[in-house]
Write a protein that binds this ligand. Structure first.
Ligand code: 5CU
Length: 340
């Protein structure tokens, strides 16, 4: 049951400012918007018979978003640019566009909307833009899994984590690449990259990040993980055991990986089932789980006003006790992101 007084916050909610839409419309290769209004983003999509998703007003129109929020009783959304952010641009273009988008996002802030900023693609530019994001008062940053090309455990990327910790900015780690479509060419739409590829991409990137010792260097660093942390809450015991039994890694970290997963990470509740949520809850406890929708992705295939994808996650949360419901639906986010 939903307690009537709950303040509901959506922490996983994407938005495309108009200037990003225009850029995608002007492009001939993915990411792009085709003449038939299909949005192509995933690396595997831009084939001879492109498989996109219809670009709908929800992607960039604030009124549609507010309608959606009203329909689903969401009081506040923390919006973020979706993958692949500005990663397809050259360094100068990425610096300019990320800074403009962050100003766009700031200008959309209201009692019902706040935002995570996006980042350019080189380390000095990222460090500089983090200062800008802090000054604008954005609630965090969205970060892909590739860092500046060599993953989040790239030693050259350390200054970014150092600055995130120093400024107290939370990074929302979100996948983009998936893992390879293997075995044959049957058309399964987006099911394999989104259902499996995305969570495994997050799992691999975050495990590498932990194994690099980054959280021993920056113990106050805080990360929000998309899609309930991929399969990390399911595999943490196996990851711990492999570290304990590996002569190369065994002495590298101060703690076992599960320690960092419990202490340095928050998790969105975008897992679509009660069992997934209960597993996550038993692993991380009640304070680190936050409701999200992944809007505007996964709209209903018919024109139903309520989104099944949203209701699946709400139903999973509301199957739990009312104290947890209050926390996961909004109180945790209010506290963590200082949503006053
Ligand atoms: O439908 C999709 O491709 C996506 C995507 O690319 N990113 C995301 O956050 N959700 C769904």
């Amino acid at each position: 049951m939903f307690p009537t007084s709950s303040f509901v916050v959506d922490v996983h909610s994407h938005f495309y400012p108009e200037r990003y839409i225009s850029l995608l419309r002007s492009r001939k290769t993915s990411p792009r918007i085709t003449e038939n209004n299909q949005l192509l983003i995933l690396p595997s999509e831009d084939t001879s018979s492109p498989q996109g998703r219809p670009i709908r007003p929800e992607y960039s129109d604030m009124d549609s978003r507010l309608n959606f929020m009203n329909t689903h009783a969401i009081d506040h959304s923390i919006i973020s640019l979706a993958n692949p952010w500005v990663s397809f641009l050259d360094s100068d273009e990425a610096r300019k566009l990320s800074s403009e988008i962050n100003c766009d996002l700031f200008s959309l802030s209201s009692p019902r909307i706040s935002a995570f900023g996006c980042l350019p693609i080189s380390v000095p530019d990222i460090v500089e833009e983090l200062g800008n994001i802090k000054r604008l008062g954005l609630k965090g940053v969205i970060l892909g899994t590739s860092g500046v090309g060599k993953g989040l455990d790239d030693p050259d990327f350390l200054p970014v984590f150092s600055e995130l910790e120093r400024l107290g900015i939370i990074a929302f780690i979100h996948p983009h690449f998936g893992v390879g479509d293997i075995y044959g060419d049957r058309n399964n739409g987006h099911v394999l990259p989104l259902a499996l590829g995305f969570p495994f991409e997050t799992t691999v990137a975050v495990t590498r990040l932990i194994l690099s010792g980054t959280f021993d260097k920056f113990p106050k660093l805080k990360i929000l993980l998309a899609h309930s942390g991929g399969v990390l809450p399911y595999l943490y015991g196996r990851i711990d055991s492999c570290v304990m039994h590996d002569p190369q890694v065994n002495n590298r970290l101060k703690e076992l990986p599960s320690y960092y997963l419990k202490n340095n990470f928050f998790y969105d509740a975008v897992g679509y089932s009660q069992e997934n949520l209960e597993l996550l809850r038993s692993f991380v406890g009640d304070e680190g789980i936050l409701f999200g929708t992944d809007y505007p992705f996964f709209p209903p295939l018919n024109s139903a006003p309520e989104w099944q994808s949203v209701n699946m996650n709400k139903r999973a949360i509301s199957s739990q006790d009312s104290e947890f419901v209050l926390k996961a639906m909004g109180r945790n986010a209010e506290k963590i992101f200082d949503l006053t």
